[in-house]
Design a protein around this ligand. Structure first.
Ligand code: IPE
Ligand code: IPE
Ligand code: MG
Length: 247
């Protein structure tokens, strides 16, 4: 008899193809601690973190996740030492250079969510062009840059007020966010042992499942993504109701 073994990637892909998990968001945390453990500068942790990001983003696409969001730089991260912020911005520019060249091979719609108005116009234009050019691809990768959930909501309310909206519904708010038109994250993964949102997707996470792992982000592998996917499919999501099997 032929024994067919299912690889972990096939198993994750199978689970995902069954439905229920469309959007995974990652709070990529622990770059600094990863570097410290090795006696390296924090910048080395961010560089390794950027590689982990590429690895995880590719893998998520390969196993069939339609929406992936990564928290790359928060509105609060500007308070870090200037040299660290500069290093992070350099890594982001390097990623943009790369993805502009490879986006069509990746077949992914790249979006940047956050307040991009603080960046120079040429960078904003490159981001807008990239998003537009890749909008033909169904898989979406959101890179949260200068992102803060409170700032996002404030921006959304300002927009709705400017449109003359007086009675604002929850749907109006969802439609005015940077993630307009996308499903809310089904699963939010945070690395490095911290169990908080740190101002990430505070509106969109109302019914997200949370998965916390002690793995430091630069160490994050495909197998750690599989573990999060497996765990997600063990959860019962009730959305305030009663599910059939528990009646
Ligand atoms: C995540 O790693 C990267 C960013 C927040 C930009 P950290 O830099 O927060 O790493 P730790 O938390 O100090 O270990
Ligand atoms: C959250 O991580 C922001 C990003 C991952 C970009 P932080 O390291 O900034 O979060 P806190 O400060 O520990 O809450
Ligand atoms: Mg951190």
């Amino acid at each position: 008899m032929e024994v067919r073994t299912v690889t972990p990637a096939q198993r994750s892909a199978q689970l995902i193809s069954g439905g229920g998990l469309r959007h995974v968001a990652f709070i990529m945390d622990g770059n600094g601690r990863w570097a410290k453990k090795r006696g390296l500068p924090r910048a080395a942790g961010h560089k390794a973190g950027a590689e982990a990001f590429r690895r995880v983003a590719h893998y998520c696409r390969d196993i069939g996740l339609k929406y992936v969001t990564v928290y790359a730089f928060s509105t609060e991260n500007w308070s870090r030492p200037e040299a660290e912020v500069k290093g992070l911005m350099l890594l982001l520019r390097q990623y943009l250079d790369e993805i502009e060249r490879t986006a069509d091979k990746e077949k992914t719609n790249i979006r940047f969510i956050g307040d991009l108005s603080v960046f120079d116009r040429s960078l904003q234009k490159r981001i807008a062009d990239l998003t537009e050019r890749t909008s033909v691809y169904p898989a979406v990768l959101n890179v949260a840059l200068n992102y803060g959930g409170r700032a996002e909501l404030a921006h959304a309310f300002t927009k709705l007020a400017a449109d003359g909206k007086r009675e604002i519904t929850a749907d109006d708010i969802s439609s005015a966010l940077y993630t307009a038109g996308q499903p809310d994250p089904d699963l939010i993964v945070r690395t490095a042992g911290e169990e908080r949102l740190s101002n990430f997707l505070i509106w969109q996470s109302a019914y997200s499942e949370f998965y916390f792992t002690d793995v430091l982000w630069p160490d994050m592998t495909e197998r750690d993504v599989d573990a999060a996917v497996e765990e997600f499919f063990r959860r019962t999501r009730r959305f305030g109701g009663v599910v059939e099997s528990e009646k």
